[in-house]
Design a protein around this ligand. Structure first.
Ligand code: NAP
Length: 284
């Protein structure tokens, strides 16, 4: 790579940001496509977010990714957001469109694209169970609703958060697509797609978020955790004959969609996947 006066720059802002695999994924993609661009992480604390976003514009960056904890608070510093990011109230991708900073959200759409391309499942007309109602579940819920899911049942230990998410989705889509559910294994077992969107499974010895008896053959069980590659939920579901998928595809396709927003060309998906896998291996 040779950096010159024409090299475009994409940033990622987070607090913390040291752990991110996105620079490896996007810099590999730029190298593979011959695009003269670099992707650089910046540790931006909440108090400095406004200045950092103004800096993107002042220095003519091509765009940015926004990660925890800035996805909601960044919106007030932007010139506009697309419909989906506006509905969600969260942005993970900024594109510098001729001097205007426009926000997008590719997290939930990344999940749906991964589901279609890797899991072979189109959520149109399907009934889904999502365990968790936090930030990731919110993106997934809105994207599944946009993709035509017939019903999405959410469970969360935080009942206020659960109620807000269900109301927000139904309000945005003008129909009852989201419902609050309990943890009844017979009910969960009837759903064609089950998603773990809680952090349970990231650490050895974590309890199971979903009860035994929730899984069956012909079901897809998607755990959005990608490290470790196999979680307690995936083992449980696989034991009952379900097809399982981890969160690497969601991480990959949110990046693929962001790349396509910035560059306007198809992303080199397999190069990006390899870079992510290599980055994960290096972390051990
Ligand atoms: P979050 O905002 O903290 O949401 C997690 C939610 O799950 C919280 O509301 C939490 O409630 C709830 N919860 C915890 N234990 C539960 C249980 N036993 N049953 C039901 N709900 C429970 O976190 P997030 O940002 O959504 O992330 C969730 C997970 O997804 C993390 O592991 C993260 O690494 C992963 N993730 C993956 C991707 C990807 O690209 N693959 C993207 C984003 C996130 P409390 O707050 O009350 O504990």
């Amino acid at each position: 790579m040779s950096i010159n006066g024409k090299t475009k720059i994409i940033a990622i802002f987070g607090d913390p940001v040291e752990h991110t695999l996105s620079p490896a994924m996007h810099n590999a993609a730029f190298a593979a496509t011959g695009i003269d661009c670099v992707y650089v992480p910046f540790h931006v604390r909440p108090d400095n977010l406004g200045d950092a976003v103004r800096g993107l514009k002042a220095m003519g960056f091509a765009g940015a990714n926004i990660t925890v904890p800035h996805k909601e608070s960044v919106i007030k510093f932007l010139d506009g957001v697309d419909v989906e990011a506006g509905r969600l109230g969260a942005v993970n991708t900024i594109v510098n469109e001729g001097g205007a900073l426009i926000g997008y959200n590719t997290d939930g759409r990344g999940f749906v694209r991964s589901l279609k391309e890797e899991g072979g499942l189109d959520p149109d007309g399907k009934r889904v169970f999502v365990c968790g109602a936090g930030g990731a579940a919110r993106g997934i819920g809105f994207a599944l609703s946009s993709a035509g899911a017939a019903e999405i049942s959410f469970f969360d230990v935080d009942k206020a958060k659960l109620g807000r998410l269900v109301d927000d989705i139904n309000g945005a889509f003008g129909r009852t697509v989201a419902v609050a559910a309990g943890l009844d294994p017979d009910y969960i077992k009837e759903r064609g797609l089950v998603v773990n969107a809680t952090p349970l499974g990231m650490h050895a010895g974590d309890p199971r978020p979903l009860p035994d008896g929730s899984f069956r053959e012909g079901q897809i069980v998607y755990d959005i955790i990608y490290n470790p590659a196999v979680t307690v939920t995936m083992r449980q579901a696989e034991g009952a004959g379900a097809r399982v998928q981890n969160g690497l595809g969601m991480l990959l396709y949110q990046g693929v969609l962001a790349f396509e927003h910035w560059m306007g060309v198809a992303a080199p998906v397999e190069t990006m996947r390899e870079a992510l896998l290599k980055g994960l291996q290096a972390k051990g």
